[in-house]
Design a protein around this ligand. Structure first.
Ligand code: FES
Length: 101
């Protein structure tokens, strides 16, 4: 496996008033996780890859991210939630039940 974990953040923005992840600062949260992974030396081959994605079609439950290979979906509110996903899921391999969708 090239990456241990591959994380996709929906960063889709809509301008027509419909729900979208970017209205919840998805790009900012993605940048936060990317920076934290870099700081901890977790980025790159054999580690963790953080990518943006277009709409993942779960807009009403957003903002959303999905982690592969497990295919576990999370929502989040702020950097504290992202930090919890980092520490518990990506570092310790346990699922964060309260944020799963
Ligand atoms: S806008 Fe993010 S899942 Fe659709």
């Amino acid at each position: 496996m090239y990456y241990q974990y591959h994380v996709f953040f929906c960063t889709n923005r809509r301008r027509d008033g419909r729900e979208c992840c970017e209205a919840h600062d998805a790009s900012g949260m993605r940048a936060y996780l990317k920076r934290r992974c870099s700081e901890l030396g977790l980025s790159g081959k054999g580690g963790i890859r953080i990518n943006t994605a277009g709409c993942l079609d779960r807009c009403e439950q957003g903002p959303v991210l999905v982690i592969y290979p497990q295919g576990i979906w999370y929502t989040y509110v702020d950097e504290q939630d992202i930090e919890e996903i980092l520490r518990r899921h990506l570092l310790e391999g346990e699922e964060v039940e309260r944020l799963k969708i």
